[in-house]
Design a protein around this ligand. Structure first.
Ligand SMILES: Nc1ncnc2c1ncn2[C@@H]1O[C@H](COP(=O)(O)OP(=O)(O)OP(=O)(O)O)[C@@H](O)[C@H]1O
Length: 332
């Protein structure tokens, strides 16, 4: 670090990013505060040299799709009078207004599940993405019920720091699942796909967002196999670790959960999928999406138009999104 007065001691540091994607999350932040949290607003920005990557390598076999993604991401895709974007007809599962529509989306993304359950490539090359954890949990629950194989439920140990008199009953704590935390009752089956929620051992490929498949159950560890990236094929034993919610002002007490830092990954939030390549993607949008950047992230995880199916419930203007700072739903 020779030049102490320069950023990073004068060393060259490479930052990467795509400003069309979801911006940093600022809880309850205004538009201005969110923009303020981006690299573009950093005092370092003016000292940076910008290099542009202009070829979409992931979807390079589908030039029409690449152009469509750029129009969505750049905000140049034409909208109707309510601000809705028209999704291509061939990627839409027609909404029917009942539970069958979701089953249809699941069947598109996970065809012949019964025959392919033990094929790790099948399991990790597909996922359903949605905006909210509630939707994701609903789909993961359906999928694990459908999945066949030896089942195990791991329960967490929940506690509150500085609570010597035990004011917070375990039953109450067990019912809490703040964002980014694993559930109290983690129901798994052999060969089911999971995603890591914390960096455990980045040097060995165990990072927040790593996708794995469950191979075996031990009393205090889970035997799993890394599925993607340079560590694909590596068998690891995942430990239970103490976890705290990332938003520390969410409860008026300091909540601690000892659990395996994983969730099922048949479905995940769009934010969690940012940065991943998922060859076959389903997008479930029962509510208006938060921003066009979120739609851009969801659609751009895959390699082309034919590998994506969306189920968008039409926003009739009376929905929950009405009057909030959400962009309109994105229907046909
Ligand atoms: N030069 C290249 N030649 C061939 N394939 C490439 C090349 N660069 C990237 N890819 C492939 O494109 C896909 C996306 O790459 P990568 O995840 O590095 O992009 P990214 O910019 O981080 O994407 P995003 O931000 O959208 O997640 C990967 O499947 C990768 O293997």
């Amino acid at each position: 670090m020779g030049r102490r007065h320069q950023p990073f001691g004068g060393k060259t540091v490479v930052f990467g990013g795509d400003f069309r994607q979801v911006l940093p999350v600022v809880r309850k932040g205004s538009r201005g505060q969110i923009i303020d949290a981006t690299l573009r607003s950093s005092y370092l920005w003016k000292g940076m040299r910008q290099l542009r990557l202009v070829t979409n390598m992931r979807a390079h076999n589908d030039p029409w799709f690449v152009g469509y993604l750029l129009r969505v991401g750049n905000g140049t895709k034409e909208t109707d009078e309510q601000g809705n974007i028209r999704l291509p007809q061939d990627i839409c599962v027609p909404p029917t207004g009942d539970s069958v529509e979701l089953e249809k989306l699941i069947d598109h993304v996970f065809p012949a599940l019964d025959h392919n359950m033990s094929d790790p490539n099948y399991m990790t090359s597909r996922a359903i993405l949605s905006t909210k954890n509630d939707n994701v949990d609903k789909i993961n629950k359906r999928m694990i019920e459908r999945f066949q194989g030896e089942e195990k439920i791991y329960h967490s140990f929940d506690s509150v720091e500085d609570d010597p008199h035990g004011y917070y009953a375990p039953e109450f704590l067990n019912n809490l699942t703040p964002n980014g935390m694993p559930p109290h009752a983690l129901k798994l089956k052999i060969n089911c796909p999971i995603i890591l929620l914390r960096n455990i051992d980045p040097a060995n490929g165990l990072c927040n967002g790593t996708r794995l498949v469950v191979r075996g159950f031990e009393r205090n560890t889970i035997d799993a196999e890394i599925m993607l990236g340079q560590h694909a094929g590596r068998r690891v034993f995942l430990p239970r670790i103490p976890l705290c919610p990332s938003d520390d002002d969410i409860f008026p007490f300091k909540f601690k959960r000892k659990q395996f830092p994983i969730r099922l990954s048949f479905a995940m939030t769009i934010n969690k999928a940012q940065g991943q390549t998922i060859p076959i993607v389903g997008v479930y949008l029962p509510d208006p999406i938060f921003s066009h950047g979120q739609l851009y992230v969801a659609l751009s995880r895959t390699t082309g138009n034919r590998n994506i199916k969306t189920l968008a419930i039409k926003d009739d203007g009376k929905g929950k999104g009405k009057g909030k700072k959400q962009s309109k739903n994105l229907n046909k």
